[in-house]
Design a protein around this ligand. Structure first.
Ligand code: GLU
Length: 461
């Protein structure tokens, strides 16, 4: 995918290779005494590009973690950050572990030990390398990591900025948990704002009533599906999980399915929809929008030609293999690429990092001042109305909404929405503007690689 994009660029010889390769990968093997014996774990932290520092990217806990995967995901982080203009290079980490095999206390010991190995080598550091959650990790793990860093760097006033995706009480930011799903929603909204794009996918109108299939009801898939259902009128007709899929043409209740999943560990037995054990088949069902939000490589050469969705938005990282991407492109399927589609997470991570470095909550200084100024205007309108006997009535709810100054959550959403719109517009300009670009992924790569190249050029490389 990278090669296809650079073939369309005019990069100086050597720079293309410099950008493509992963700068460094650190492998750590460590033992933790658990249940009376020593368990050895293998973890990685890979740094793809340091054209900007710190480098950024999540840490995943999964059995499939290996060096190639971590490096590919680190590269994706470089391009993702460039595309959404978060001032970071790209990195990624992984620990080969099935987190469901361990209890909370064991996971804490493993995480702290992994963090220790990375921290002592500056592979976790507020100004050099800032991890975040990814598959198999979340707020809890980030809280352990920040605490471990703080213990090892007792005088670092910026310790909290060493990792993002933390719980609010450990220096997190409002809206980070749902940020990636929210970003998927904002991405789709921006796509549907331009009728030319909607038409390219053979669709029409707005998100309202669009039939959606989601693969993976984890943090990203759940929030994306929930917001699209609750706020945009999309109909979630299919949900695919590890143990099969649920399908209901009239729409599934995302919250109810999620509650069931959390309680029972799967979707099997969910009473209000048809269940099939062959989850992968539902990927191939007719729908308007397909949202792969689980593993990489789920759409591949085996099933690509049977995928019927005219629009796919990659909420997961790398859900479509390069081969399948070719097949789908030739079929005319529109793909909103991962690099853009799931960048909401790192965008809000950026806000969290800035918050940690500034040591103040967003909105704390200006919120009441904003409210006071709005109150002034309302008072004046009401005075004018009564002095002149105009009988003006503000519409119900307006006063309350208008008077409220923005809190952190509102500011985060506004910053995320703006970021997703602007990044999409940059891709769209290339997509529509260049005859040799006929897909959004190539457009995204062109924008991102050009920015990384510009940054290297500015450094004199
Ligand atoms: N793991 C997420 C991703 O793949 C978030 C990374 C971050 O916030 O640094 O984009």
């Amino acid at each position: 995918m990278f090669n296809r994009a650079v073939a369309l660029m005019d990069l100086p010889p050597g720079l293309e290779e410099k950008i493509r390769v992963c700068n460094a990968t650190y492998t750590v093997r460590f033992g933790v005494r658990l249940r009376g014996q020593i368990h050895t774990f293998t973890g990685y932290r890979s740094v793809h590009s340091e054209h900007m520092e710190p480098v950024k990217g999540g840490i995943r806990y999964a059995m499939g973690v290996n060096q190639d995967e971590v490096e590919a995901l680190a590269a994706l982080m470089t391009y993702k950050c460039a595309l959404v203009e978060t001032p970071f290079g790209g990195s990624k980490g992984g620990l080969r572990i099935d987190p469901r095999e361990y209890d909370e206390h064991e996971l804490e010991r493993i995480t702290r030990r992994f963090a220790y190995e990375l921290i002592k080598r500056d592979l976790i550091n507020p100004s050099q390398n800032v991890p975040a959650p990814d598959m198999g990790t979340g707020e809890r793990e980030m809280a352990w990591i920040v605490d471990q860093y703080a213990r090892m760097n007792t005088t670092d006033i910026n310790a909290r900025a060493c990792v993002t995706g933390k719980p609010l009480n450990s220096g997190g930011i409002a809206g980070r948990v749902e940020a990636t799903g929210r970003g998927v929603q904002y991405a789709l909204r921006e796509f549907f704002r331009d009728p030319r794009d909607v038409e390219k996918a053979g669709l029409s109108g707005s998100l309202d009533g669009k039939r959606v299939i989601v693969q993976g009801l984890g943090n990203v898939g759940y929030h994306a599906a929930k917001f699209l259902q609750e706020e945009d009128g999309a109909v979630i007709v299919g949900i695919i999980e590890r143990d099969g899929a649920l399908y209901d043409e009239s729409g599934l209740d995302v919250n109810a399915v999620h509650d069931w999943l959390v309680k029972h560990g799967g979707v099997t037995g969910y009473p209000d929809a048809g269940h099939t054990a062959e989850g992968a088949v539902v990927l191939e069902q007719e729908c308007d929008i397909l949202i792969p939000a689980a593993l990489e490589g789920v759409i591949n050469l085996q099933n690509a030609d049977r995928i019927k969705a005219p629009l796919i938005i990659e909420a997961a990282n790398g859900p479509i293999t390069a081969g399948a991407d070719d097949v789908l492109r030739k079929k005319g399927t529109i793909i909103i690429p991962d690099m853009y589609a799931n960048a909401g997470g790192v965008t809000v991570s950026y806000f969290e990092w800035v918050k940690n470095l500034s040591h103040i909550r967003f909105g704390r200084m200006q919120r009441r001042q904003e409210e006071t100024r709005h109150q002034l205007l309302i008072d004046e309108l009401e005075r004018l109305s009564s002095d002149r006997g105009l009988g003006w009535q503000l519409s119900p709810g307006f006063k309350e909404k208008y008077l409220r100054g923005a809190d952190e959550l509102e500011l985060v959403r506004s910053g995320l929405d703006d970021t997703m719109r602007i990044a999409y517009q940059a891709m769209r300009e290339v997509w529509h503007g260049r005859d040799d670009v006929d897909d959004l992924r190539t457009a995204a790569y062109l924008v991102a690689i050009e920015r990384v190249a510009a940054s290297y050029r500015a450094k004199g490389l």
